[in-house]
Design a protein around this ligand. Structure first.
Ligand code: NAI
Length: 326
């Protein structure tokens, strides 16, 4: 199919947006045959910066990029959109309570969800990157009653990729020989990177996980706190790796996951694995015919169950806090 697709990126002048748009224009997200019309949505004060990014995109002379348009109005930016990368969000400012952060963002994502409902393509696919990503995605989905909930997702692929990278570093197995890693729950400190079902070179994940000191004392906290470690080292939050993960997520959603592997994404729970319906929870997922399917039938041991439950409880409390404020 060579009809151009419309891709709307919010927060396009921010760090992740800046890293993402060049990869999208280069064809890394939708393949080498799909022409792209890029729409950049920004706050009015960042529109000028977005124009600068658009000039650089022009200077990339990307054969697949047929247009770049800049908006500060969501309704215009999402008109007919096929793919929405919702990266822009209100950052946590000094002294801000978590409840205030949740409600400030829920206002943004409720508005964008409603606009998507009204004007986007019927088969739009949305990935929310802006934090708190899972709850923002749940709010957007709830504000778009005519769009099937499975078309809204949130990014936990960065956590997934970080888990693979840590496994490679720990075991010496090359990244390409590691499969079936799972991230469960929230994109937050409570997330649970599960390796019990993984394949790591010629070892089973359960075998590697048997080193409980490493699993509990090193692996899980390193993956969960990687974002903080990068802020400390770089003086800025992870941007290129987050953009890379968002592109991985959309590419696999459209083009499919490898036959004997799966990935992780936050999707609207249908009640799977005891996760209440409607929570936007990270699961192990496969993409089949352009739709995410939660990998079913995995045996969840007690160790995993406790950690999944804790992260799911946090997701529920975030959604409750948002509902209480509205
Ligand atoms: P940034 O502050 O560099 O850029 C954010 C951009 O969004 C700014 O240019 C801002 O003007 C824009 N923006 C804010 N509200 C907007 C709105 N209502 N509509 C359109 N644009 C809006 O931030 P950065 O580093 O690019 O991060 C973006 C978000 O991604 C943050 O919320 C961050 O916490 C989150 N994040 C999520 C990750 C994940 O794995 N889910 C990983 C890393 C970051």
């Amino acid at each position: 199919d060579t009809t151009p697709v419309v891709v709307t990126v919010t927060g396009a002048a921010g760090s992740i947006g800046y890293a993402a748009v060049f990869r999208i224009a280069a064809g890394d997200m939708l393949g080498p045959d799909r022409p792209i019309k890029l729409r950049l949505l920004e706050l009015p004060q960042a529109v000028s910066a977005a124009h600068g990014t658009a000039m650089e995109l022009q200077d990339g002379a990307f054969p697949l990029l047929t247009s770049v348009d800049i908006f500060d109005d969501a309704r215009a930016a999402f008109d007919g959109t096929d793919f929405g990368l919702l990266i822009g969000a209100k950052p946590r400012s000094k002294g801000m309570e978590r409840a205030d952060l949740l409600s400030a963002n829920s206002a943004i994502f409720a508005e964008q969800g409603a606009v998507i409902n009204d004007v986007a393509a019927d088969d739009i696919r949305v990935i929310v990157v802006g934090n708190p990503a899972n709850t923002n995605a749940a709010v957007a989905a709830a504000s778009a009653p005519d769009v099937p909930a499975e078309r809204f997702t949130a990014l936990t692929r960065l956590d997934h990729n970080r888990a693979i990278a840590q496994l490679a570093a720990h075991t010496g197995a090359p990244v390409r020989d590691i499969s079936r890693v799972s991230i469960w729950g929230n994109h937050s400190a409570t997330q649970y990177p599960d390796i019990f079902h993984a394949r790591i070179g010629d070892r089973s994940g359960a075998d590697v996980a048997a080193d409980t000191d490493w699993l509990v004392g090193d692996f899980i906290p390193t993956v969960a706190a990687r974002g903080t470690a990068i802020i400390e080292a770089r003086g800025a939050s992870s941007a290129a790796s987050a953009a890379n993960a968002a592109i991985d997520h959309v590419r696999d959603w459209v083009l499919g996951t490898p036959a004997d592997d799966w990935t992780s994404a936050a999707v609207s729970s249908p009640g799977a694995y005891g996760v209440p319906e409607g929570l936007m929870c990270s699961f192990p997922v496969r993409s089949v015919d352009g739709a995410w399917q939660i990998v079913d039938g995995l045996e969840i041991n007690e160790f995993s169950r406790a950690r999944i439950d804790a992260s799911v409880a946090e997701l529920q409390s975030e959604l409750d806090a948002v509902a209480a404020r509205r």
